[in-house]
Design a protein. Structure first.
Length: 124
């Protein structure tokens, strides 16, 4: 099963790196245009561009964990050792822990946005 999983893990990892590259390019474009390319007026262009760079990191980190997981699978298939399997599964665990933490943070942010919107609606 690991042999069949490895190419898909590697594929998703590569897609995450490519996605991060596109997000960085977009962030650079936003910075260069001062935010005009996304319709932002005033001094918010650098802020939006910076957010794109943070988003790129949110693609790169799990991409690295998946890449390490695919490498660990390859090593396990070559060595057939418990240590190689443990290394592969540790990379997978790191991927899921990172994705879970990011999901939790996003849910908290959405909760604050909802509460803020509700407070604004009730006050006005």
């Amino acid at each position: 099963m690991l042999r069949q999983t490895k190419p898909w893990v590697r594929f998703i990892s590569v897609l995450m790196f490519i996605g991060a590259a596109f997000v960085v390019i977009a962030g650079i474009g936003i910075l260069i245009s001062g935010g005009r390319m996304v319709g932002v007026q005033g001094g918010f262009g650098p802020l939006i561009g910076g957010i794109y760079f943070v988003m790129a990191i949110l693609y790169i980190v799990p991409g690295i964990f998946l890449w390490k997981y695919a490498d660990g699978i390859r090593n396990f298939l070559e060595e057939k050792s418990a240590g190689a399997l443990t290394t592969a599964l540790e990379a997978q665990k790191s991927f899921w822990r990172f994705v879970g933490i990011v999901a939790l943070v996003i849910l908290i942010i959405y909760g604050f946005i909802f509460l803020f919107g509700l407070a604004m609606a009730l006050s006005g």
